[in-house]
Design a protein around this ligand. Structure first.
Ligand SMILES: [Fe+2]
Length: 249
């Protein structure tokens, strides 16, 4: 029996997910938030799970990822999109790639637009859509590299074409709603229902949104799996180039 838990980070409104296997006791975090690491570690221990993977849907602007912190504490593998520009990931995925942690199988779907390299991850009949497809909405496109036309194409061609019953687990909830399904979004999402590509682009540019939370330091750290500048310095001796054995003779 697989296991799924949702976590919510109040300051950023981020939804993170823990997927675990009863059979292997392996687990994977999707989009974990650094400030929540103590909670995550407690839940892993309580459930008797070993963290094997940390999967990022995109480079986040609204929170610091827990990827590197969790990797240091648990030895888990960090997985990011190949086009994301993230340095230091252990595994880079492109559209259609599959990734298994024991019996936990994920498939990456390229869904750019919120950022240039967003991935959605399919786990069985569940889709972790990050900030591409939200419940009754779509991610904002006014951040770094955002592109409303690209997001419309991603959502309509890659996500709304999935089976109706596939469940949607987004990177942010919507009015206390946390899970949806493809059929519901196709039938009711006001940003998509009967909306043309041009209309979607116009709609995206007219949206009244809170100021962008993006801080340059957050983005820069998230492009290094969440390592802060001071932690980069600490890690430097380990990452120093290995001397050429020929030269050291
Ligand atoms: Fe985002």
């Amino acid at each position: 029996m697989p296991l799924l838990r949702r976590f919510w980070d109040s300051p950023s409104g981020t939804c993170s997910y823990l997927v675990g296997s009863d059979a292997t006791r392996q687990a994977v975090f999707i989009d974990p938030v650094r400030e929540q690491v103590p909670l995550y570690l407690g839940v892993l221990e309580e459930l008797g799970l070993r963290l094997a993977g940390i999967i990022e849907t995109h480079v986040h602007a609204d929170h610091l990822t827990a990827a590197d912190t969790l990797r240091r504490l648990t030895g888990a593998t960090v997985v990011c999109g190949r086009q994301s520009g993230v340095e230091g990931a252990d595994c880079l995925l492109a559209d259609g790639d599959s990734l298994n942690f024991g019996d936990l199988a994920f498939q990456a779907l390229s869904t750019p637009g919120h950022t240039p390299a967003c991935l959605t991850y399919r786990w069985g009949d569940r889709l972790f859509t990050g900030d591409s497809l939200l419940i009754s909405g779509c991610g904002r496109t006014d951040g770094p590299g955002g592109n409303a036309g690209m997001l419309f194409d991603s959502v309509t061609r890659r996500l709304l074409t999935q089976p109706d019953e596939y469940l949607v687990y987004p990177g942010h909830g919507s009015q206390q709603r946390w899970v949806s399904c493809i059929g519901e979004e196709r039938r009711t999402n006001p940003m998509l229902l009967g909306v043309s590509r041009d209309e979607f682009i116009a709609l995206a540019s007219r949206r009244e949104l809170p100021p962008l939370p993006a801080r340059a330091e957050t983005l820069a750290a998230n492009r290094r799996c969440g390592r802060l500048p001071e932690e980069e310095a600490e890690a430097a001796p380990e990452s120093a180039p290995i001397p050429d054995p020929e030269e050291s003779k």
